[in-house]
Design a protein around this ligand. Structure first.
Ligand SMILES: *[C@@H]1O[C@H](CO)[C@@H](O)[C@H](O)[C@H]1NC(C)=O
Length: 246
């Protein structure tokens, strides 16, 4: 296994390529991971929603959907510490930088609403890469009508622009998707608990392909050595190591 670590402490930028495998499956996903930490450090972000890890460093991960195999990691140090600005938002930069080495191989990338935007979907497609993701209604370029749309449970609304489909799905709550590879027709599929569910095809695709990272997140929290005395860096490397070995 090849591990490449670039550490520029002054710029506080860390890039880790765990390994370059010759062949990565078609379906890949990008997700955010939190390394828990109780202490003070300028790269540590306060993360309010994750109760188990009130303080943590963010790691962005590219992994294979089927196996949860982690291919690339990027560490987050907050806006101020980065040399390059984020002209199209943090999510856009993270995904394009992680996926760039795999452009034009017709991979399919799944992302959640932290990352997805019409600009991202468009540029990935322009580089021979399909994508599917949940998306915030307020993202630039999203259909304006999606913002206020509240339809009865089970209703699908879709808008198409070029090869990109924006889908509004009313489930227990209103969810929006962007996809350059999927469709909005209703399909029956069973969820992780084996329960049958009718939803647009894009919902099943999303659920299937975000699974890889969740799987590894579970592994991480099981083995997470949450010991107060462990210094942040040490802890990050322990996490990277666990990721590399799993
Ligand atoms: C390819 O991706 C880059 C970002 O990685 C973007 O700047 C460029 O516009 C994309 N190309 C096309 C043709 O969409």
């Amino acid at each position: 296994m090849h591990v490449r670590v670039i550490l520029l402490f002054r710029e506080l930028y860390l890039e880790v390529t765990l390994t370059s495998i010759a062949w990565l499956g078609r379906d890949i996903c990008v997700d955010e991971r939190i390394v828990g930490f109780k202490g003070r450090h300028n790269i540590v972000q306060y993360i309010s929603k994750k109760k188990s890890h009130q303080w943590g460093a963010k790691i962005w991960v590219l992994s294979e959907s089927d196996t949860g195999y982690t291919e690339q990691l990027q560490l987050y140090f907050g806006r101020r510490n980065r040399q390059q600005p984020y002209p199209h938002g943090v999510g856009y930069s993270v995904v394009t930088e992680l996926v760039e080495p795999h452009y034009n191989k017709f991979h399919h990338v799944t992302t959640d609403s932290l990352f997805t935007s019409p600009k991202l979907t468009h540029d990935l497609l322009g580089n021979g890469t399909y994508s599917t993701g949940t998306v915030l209604a307020g993202r630039k370029g999203m259909p304006l009508s999606f913002k206020t749309l509240k339809t009865p449970k089970g209703t699908v609304n879709a808008k198409k622009q070029g090869n990109i489909l924006a889908i509004h799905w009313s489930d227990r709550r209103q969810v929006r998707f962007l996809t350059s590879s999927d469709h909005c027709r209703l399909e029956t599929a069973s969820n992780s608990k084996g329960k049958e569910k009718v939803a647009p095809g894009v919902v099943h695709t999303y659920n299937e392909n975000m699974g890889g990272v969740d799987l590894e997140n579970q592994l991480l929290s099981v083995y997470d050595p949450d010991i107060r005395s462990v210094k942040l860096w040490k802890k990050i490397f322990v996490n990277l190591l666990l990721t590399a070995c799993s």
